[in-house]
Write a protein that binds this ligand. Structure first.
Ligand code: CA
Length: 413
């Protein structure tokens, strides 16, 4: 596909992508948009100009400051809009071409907002490499994976209220931790703030309480994917997590990228996931390929330098449990899901040591500090470090990317 619009060759937001987000510019209120090259198509204005005529979209749906109602319209509408925009971007006699000065907003003039109202957030633990690494560090080689791990996608319910969009700073949390195992705990700023490289999917259909989503239809319930940094305070986490699991070590903030890349855009990058052995129970069995080849990386940019150091390169396809299995398992007991719910993958680590998706693993619990380009070393994230996660798919000329999720860590208050 060729567009009349100048789209940089290496842009994450090619004509094959067209991800959705919520943006504002000038004095305009937040509204829905689609990213293309260095621009955002203002869907509210596009609708008014008749670009989407013939597609069943109720009035005012693009005025909303979140995408939930648009997502609820269903995949046939999302597909029709995507195809219409692709046509308009290729046709130099189109309405989009004619009104481009009104409909295309330069990204640099826009502020991005959280794209959905998030009712619930679930965090999985689906990378075998990550679970094994953490298990080895805390329980030893012999008990690295818990007995349940290969039989069900392990997860916990996270906190939706503290999910923020890329660009929103996170403050170092205060809390209880125990620096010395033989002494009482202390209270203070966490000394071990870490990132977790994750990808999250957004639910596109409500289910009823009591309803189960079958694994082989689970992707019908997924609108699209975002990059997700699930910030973690390791010292708080370590002290609090027995017996009920993560709490304050996790819920002080999670950051997501502003553009939701649809499953349709990711279709060309579908691939087989790892072979699952032992075989999973029938309700978790999926046919065909359910992994996606998404290159992921994490960079750290220290204060007072613009020099970034890429500390991790991983891939979404490494995950042992796929999204369909996650969703089938999540709902097998009748738990309902709602449009806008966020389901994160868990830290995505690969087989190589430089593909580990957290500082905990990259430094092997602090034993191997990481040297940054500016000469400083890290075993955890420092105050005023910026952490940037990026993700993209590439096949020949076709590039579909996520942009980035960028977060500045502020000192404790
Ligand atoms: Ca996590």
């Amino acid at each position: 596909m060729q567009s009349w619009l100048d789209i940089p060759q290496n842009s994450d937001f090619s004509i094959y992508n067209l991800p959705y987000g919520i943006f504002s510019y000038g004095k305009k209120k937040p509204r829905a948009g689609v990213a293309i090259g260095n621009f955002i198509i203002d869907l509210k204005r596009a609708y008014k100009k008749g670009l989407l005529e013939g597609i069943k979209i109720p009035k005012k749906i693009f005025d909303a400051p979140v995408l939930n109602d648009y997502i609820r319209l269903g995949k046939s509408v999302h597909r029709a809009v995507r195809e219409r925009l692709q046509e308009q971007l290729q046709d130099p006699t189109s309405l989009l071409f004619r009104y481009q000065h009104k409909l295309l907003v330069p990204m640099e003039d826009a502020t991005m907002h959280l794209p959905v109202a998030i009712g619930d957030y679930t965090d999985f633990y689906s990378s075998e490499e990550h679970a094994t690494n953490v298990g080895k560090m805390f329980r030893g080689e012999a008990n690295a994976l818990m007995p349940n791990w290969k039989h069900l996608p392990v997860a916990y319910h996270g906190r939706a209220s503290s999910i923020v969009v890329s660009g929103t700073p996170i403050r170092r949390p205060m809390g209880q931790y125990r620096p010395n195992d033989n002494e009482p705990p202390v209270f203070g700023p966490s000394q071990m703030v870490d990132f977790e490289l994750e990808v999250a999917f957004i639910i596109s259909r409500d289910t009823e309480l009591g309803e189960r989503i079958p694994a082989n239809h689970a992707e019908d319930y997924i609108f699209g994917l975002v990059l997700f940094n699930d910030w973690s305070a390791r010292d708080l986490q370590k002290w609090e997590y027995v017996p009920l699991g993560p709490f304050l070590g996790k819920n002080f903030g999670s950051s997501m990228s502003p553009w939701i890349v649809t499953l349709d855009a990711l279709e060309p990058f579908r691939t087989q996931g790892p072979v699952q052995n032992p075989p999973v129970l029938p309700y978790l069995q999926t046919e065909g390929a359910h992994a996606f080849d998404i290159h992921l990386e994490v960079a750290i940019i220290p204060q007072a330098t613009t020099q970034e150091t890429v500390v991790c390169r991983s891939n979404f396809k490494y995950l042992y449990w796929n999204m369909a299995q996650q969703l089938a398992h999540h709902t097998v007991n009748g738990c309902n899901v709602r449009v806008g719910d966020v389901m994160a993958s868990g830290t995505i680590s690969g087989p190589a040591p430089d593909s580990f998706g957290s500082m905990l693993e990259l430094t092997w619990n602090g034993k191997n500090p990481i040297l940054l380009q500016d000469g400083s070393v890290r075993t955890a994230i420092n105050d005023y470090d910026e952490v940037v996660m990026r993700g993209y798919c590439q096949k020949d000329y076709m590039r579909v990317g996520f942009g980035e999720v960028r977060t500045l860590l502020l000192p404790a208050e």
